[in-house]
Design a protein around this ligand. Structure first.
Ligand SMILES: CCCCCCCC/C=C\CCCCCCCC(=O)N[C@@H](CO)[C@H](O)/C=C/CCCCCCCCCCCCC
Ligand SMILES: [Ca+2]
Ligand SMILES: [Zn+2]
Length: 275
């Protein structure tokens, strides 16, 4: 009987709507197999942006460390788990979605966190990465204690990231970097406004018959991460591989206001590029 109950519990965590979270979008509106259709579909934006970013960051990653690519490879999994979560609203979907975000953040911190901001007892990046790994394992286990609090905790990491960026940009006079910082922060503010409005203002948006703010958040946050992570990578390149003379350009054209930012290394023999 005990065995039966526990196997029932295991099946339960996979079942549709077993998560305590339900976003504002109407359930089963467009399909009987997909709980939140627009939220599921908008998660596929991660599959579109990640390969572009992997391609654009490659010259810098080759010079600095190929482990940088882990960030956007893992973002593909964030998209996959996000789609699965919104398709089922299952407890397993929620945990996979949240844990994958936590691990992307961890990899981002391990590879990009500025050396000068390391705690004073840490000198090497490998030691810092090990510390991040230990904290992430502990946080992953603790995330099962109160799953509804996880998303708020993740947003606090987002705030810390913004604070780190502000520290790094304090003395920056590079106009291109400043512009990228303003764009990233603006996108992040817009994204988080959509996330909060969907969470707390659902009855208002239902009256307006517009329940797609969480889907919009997916699109805006992936753009914020594309812009913000390129800026962080650019600051990192200036600190860690200054001999490669890093510069910022936009793809497909530098003249476009909303192209994809990327790093060109003017100092390496093979890539003597101009924007
Ligand atoms: C020096 C540190 C460098 C760190 C690099 C950062 C790398 C990327 C980090 C985060 C990826 C965010 C992915 C968002 C996935 C969205 C999936 C989703 O919608 N999940 C929700 C449920 O469906 C869930 O409720 C969302 C929870 C909140 C997640 C908050 C993540 C913080 C994102 C911080 C991004 C900052 C952008 C930088 C701007 C300057
Ligand atoms: Ca819903
Ligand atoms: Zn989502």
């Amino acid at each position: 009987m005990g065995g039966f109950c526990s196997s029932e519990k295991i099946v339960g965590v996979f079942s549709y709507e077993s998560s305590e979270i339900d976003w504002c979008e109407d359930n089963y509106k467009h399909s009987e197999h997909v709980v939140e259709y627009f939220n599921t579909m908008s998660s596929f934006i991660f599959f579109l942006i990640a390969p572009i970013m992997l391609y654009l960051l490659h010259p810098y990653a080759k010079e600095r460390s190929l482990s940088i690519h882990l960030v956007w490879i893992m973002m593909i999994f964030v998209g996959l788990f996000s789609a699965y979560f919104h398709m089922t609203l299952s407890f397993v979907g929620q945990m996979l979605d949240e844990l994958s975000i936590l691990w992307v953040l961890a990899v981002g911190y391990a590879v990009w966190f500025p050396r000068k901001l390391f705690p004073s007892f840490i000198k090497e990046r490998t030691t810092f990465s090990r510390l991040v790994l230990v904290i992430t394992i502990i946080t992953s286990v603790s995330s099962f204690v109160k799953p509804t609090a996880n998303a708020y905790a993740l947003n606090c990491f987002g705030l810390h990231l913004l604070y780190t960026l502000a520290l790094e940009m304090r003395c920056c006079t590079d106009q291109k970097a400043l512009r990228l910082a303003k764009l990233s922060v603006a996108l992040w503010i817009l994204a988080i406004t959509c996330w909060i409005s969907d969470r707390f203002g659902c009855s208002f948006w239902q009256r307006l018959n517009f329940c797609y703010l969480h889907g919009l958040w997916h699109i805006l946050i992936v753009m914020a991460v594309a812009y913000g992570s390129t800026l962080i990578a650019y600051l990192d390149a200036n600190n860690e591989i200054p001999y490669s003379l890093p510069g910022l350009c936009y793809w497909p054209s530098d003249k476009w206001a909303f192209g994809f930012p990327h790093i060109v290394l003017k100092g390496t023999v093979k890539t003597q590029k101009r924007c």
